[in-house]
Structures are given as structure tokens and as C-alpha cells.
Design a protein around this ligand. Sequence first.
Ligand code: ATP
Length: 602
Amino acid sequence: MHGYKRLLRYIARQWHWFAGIAVLTVASAASAALQPWPMKLLVDYALGDAELPPQLASGHAAASGDPTPAFLLFVAVGAHLGLFLLNSALTAALTLSWTNGGQRMVYDLASDVFAKLQRLSPLFHSRRSVGDSLSRLSGDTWCIYSVANGLLMSPLQRLATLGAMAAVGFALDPLLAALSLAAAPLLAFSARFFGRRLKQRAKRGRESSSRIASFVQQTFSAMPVVQAFSTEDRNREQLESLAEDAVEIALQGRLLNSAYGLVNGAILSSGAALVLVVGGFRVLDGAIPLGTLLVFLSYIRKMQGSAGGLFTIFAKLKTAEASIERLMEILECDQEVREAPNAKPLPATPSGKSGHVMLEDVSFGYEPRRPVLNGVTLEARPGEVVALVGPSGAGKSTLMSLIPRLLDPWQGRVLIDGSDVRMATLDSVRARTALVSQETLLLPMTVAENIAYGRPGASRSEIHEAAIAAQADAFIRRLPNDYDTVIGERGASLSGGERQRLSFARALLKNAPILLLDEPTAALDAETEAQLLEALRQIMEGRTTFLVAHRLSTVRDADRIVVLEDGRVVEIGSHQELLARRGAYERLYHAQFPPAAREVVA
Ligand code: ATP
């Protein structure tokens, strides 16, 4: 129920379209009720010898005497064509209104799902595939069409059709009208029976297309590995097997739908047969004219369908519920990192004094009872460079993620410039930090737009300055359209070092007082690293920097080196102090620089 309530909000926002659809629906039901009447006019009055109803006869007689059968035949054909045109115009207007209101509603919902997905933490995204999120965003959001139709428009349309036809039917012959509705409860039973099964099939169907989308997305994002390990054929087989499953599920769904259609068809046909038998005898007895029976036969499917459909709405909505559940999993998902209701921006600090970071007894884990960080206490004063070193999996990247509040600690506090980041607005915390990760993520935009990603309003000269400081200007100038080259297009794919320099420029332009560098040079060769370290030194100037590095040559000059092991701080000090202590750092150092090599480095 909650899911429906939430989706109704999106429908309400398009209320003007739905008001139009409601008017058109009622008009269309009235026009459908009129449709068999030209036939009655033709059979009973033009071809038969029934008395023309006084309303019709008097209208005509006033003008030009009794109508001839030929005249009535033309009137019947004219009315038939007129009703056809009216019906077509109403259908076209309804389709247009549905497309307009419906698509707006879908995109409105999709945009909220997109916004929520963007706010969910990296932890959430690491547990779900991009393909699955994409499939929920682009596929499941269409369920709102079914909700709008099933909850609002379909009942209205059915009630209007039923009301118009039942009113006419009961006026013509109450017995036949009652018989026309007799089969409706059976339709309700069949809807209940098939509804639950249809929902299960629909859910399995959505999950199987999600699996395909995830698999394709994962394969494309690992293309170099796919080709280097020649797994193309294996991947193709896997896709075929996933497709096989999808076909199987679709087939089961179709079979179930056909069975549902068959049962409904049998119920409707039995109802029609009943009306035909009783109505036939009434025509033979002379109780009603043939035209009246024709009107009933034309109404019966729609009347039964509309009455039964009022019960079947429940079943129809079941298929949409599979998608509603998948959407609610995102929309209602508890945001791990949530802005406090009374959050305030981090207080302004005088320049040069900004960028104080404090971690107080911080513990954190990705899974319950499996801490990755354990009671970490750490301070970085404005402008200091703090290096984090330690074995792989020690928790260095995790610690970095806590500072811009990409994750929240289980216990303890993270303070920036004296304020607990949990009490500050997310925007203000993120504005104070700039992250450069090992994996350089560039977007398919121009080089200039990529550099200005964190500050969209930046001027060209500011972008140039950042690129020059990050030693990126020279290679950018060699690109086909220099700063306007779109990354990824026309051979403008960049080397690892070039990409990393762009990400330095991006971080630099953001001009945040706290710089988080997570193994920024790990993927580069020693020579490129040496050049980049020079660029880095410029960028780090005057900023508090946290630097994760495996290569200890990178961290020797840091003000403080923090050695992490199994999520605990085991040593803190300068390079010289830690070497003198002859502990964990010295062991790491020896492993990388055996005595002979150390002399060269020193
Ligand atoms: P490396 O030097 O190899 O990058 P690290 O010191 O930066 O390692 P982290 O990436 O912080 O280590 O990981 C610490 C631990 O947390 C590891 O055991 C890792 O498997 C686990 N971990 C990291 N990310 C997740 C995640 N999204 N879900 C579950 N566990 C995770």
C-alpha cells in the first residue's frame, strides 16, 4: 500500500492531464454506448416495420412528413460514420493525453530514483551492479503507467462504460440487462486466481532482464580484461544462457497470460451464449425487436468486461507490483549517509587556518561485527601532509572515505575545522575536500568540462591555471581540439598519467582546503610518477593532505606518516622518527628498499 501511496504523488503532479483523460474517457464510454444504435435504426425501422419512437418521428415529421425507409437507411449509415469519426477522434485525443501525462510521470519518477541513487553511498553501489540500477531506473519506472491506469483511469472507464450501457440496457430490457452482467463475478474469481501467479512471473521477468543488463554492463566496463584473457566466447555463452532463462520465463508468463485470456474468453462467451439464447426466444416471442437483441449482443462483451474488470484491477496491478517493489527498494532504502535535519554548513575559517581534520576513536566496518577500522585517532593540522601506509586491506582507503563523509563511522567522530561532519551539511563537507583516487574517473565531456566538474562556473583562465599547475596543459594543447576535445572521442583516449593529471587539475580547481590522494600514482611508472610528484607538490602547497601510497618513496617528505595494520594505527611519526623506532614502518621500508637500494634513494 505504501508503494502505491508514494506513486500516487507522481500521478497527482500531472493532474491536469488526468482531468483531461477522465473527461475524454467518459465521452468515449458514451460514444461506445451509442455505437450499435445505427444498426438498430437500420434493422428495426429501415428494414423492419417497427414504429419509429415518437421522439425521432416527431422531430422528422415536423420538418417533412413521415421518413421513408431509404431515408432512414442513409441516416443509419451517416450516424455509423459519424460515430466512427467521433470515436477515432476521442481515441487519438486519449492516446495523446496518455503519452503526454504518462511520460512526464515516468520521467518524474525516474528522476527521483536517479537522484536517490546518486545520494546512496558508495557502499550501496558496491553491493549492486550498475546494470541492475539502470534496469530499475529505465524499466521498472514504467509501472507507474499501470498504477495510474489500474487505480484511476481503468475503474473510471469501466464504471462509465458500465453505467452508460447498463442504463440503456435496463431501459430496453431489464431481463437481458441482468443476464448480461451474470458472468462478471466469475471473471473476478479468475482474476484472483491468476493475479498472484502473474505477479510472480512478472517479478522473475524483471529480475532476469536486470541480470542481462548487469552482465552486459560489467562485461563492457572490463573490456580490456575481456580481450586480454580471450573470454569473448565464454561471455557470449553466458549471455546466451541468461537469454535462454529470460525466454523460458517469458514463455511461462505468456502461457499464464494465454490461460488467463482463455478462461476469461470462456466465461465471456458463455455469458454471451446465455444472452443469445434468452434474447433469441424473446425475439421469437415478439417480446423485443431484433434490433434490441443486436444492441445487447454488441454491449455484452463490454458490459461483462467492464463489470468483471472492476474486480480484475487487483490482478492487473499485481504485475505492476513486482516493479513497484523494486523501485521502493531504492526509494525507501535507508540512506547510510544522511544529512541531519538541523545540519548547518561548516563554519567559515580564515584562509590558511582551514583544513583541520580530526578522527576521534573511529571504528567502522562494511559488514556487522567485522570492523575494518578499530579505534583510530588521528589529527591533521591545516597545511600538514599526513601519509597513510600499511599492508593491502589495512583500511587506508576506508579511512579516507570517512573524511568527506562518503561513509559514517560506527563509533567515534570525524571533525573538520572543529565541527562533527555528521552535524554539517553534506555539501559543505564535500566542498572542503577534494578526492583523487587511484582509478581516475573522467566523464565523456570535454577536457575543460572535466577539469571544471567540481566548479562548473570556473572561467577558462582558471581552468588553464589548474591544468598548468597539474602539468596537464602541454598534453591538452596537443589534443585535436585542445581544451574542447571530448574525452573518449576521435582517439582522444588518454594515457594513465594524462588522465591522472586531469584529475589533479580537477581537484585543484575545486580549491578545497583538504586534499585526499588515494594512491594517485600507483598505476604509473617510476618516471611518470616522479613528474607527477612534482605536480602534486604544487597542488599540496597550503592544503591539508592525506596521502595513501604503497611506494614509500612517495611519502618520505610527509609531515607525519601513519602506519595502519588491521584497521589500527600502529605507528605515527616522521620518516626519520619511524625508521629510528625500528618497528612496522622500518619493516615495510626494508621490504621496499633493501640496504643497497636505500643508499641510491637516499
Ligand atoms: P589497498 O592498499 O589494497 O587499497 P586499503 O588499506 O586501502 O587496501 P581498504 O580498501 O580500506 O584497504 O579495505 C579494508 C578492508 O575492507 C578490506 O578487507 C576490504 O576487503 C574491505 N572492503 C573494502 N571495501 C568494501 C566494501 N565495499 N564492502 C565490503 N568490504 C569492503
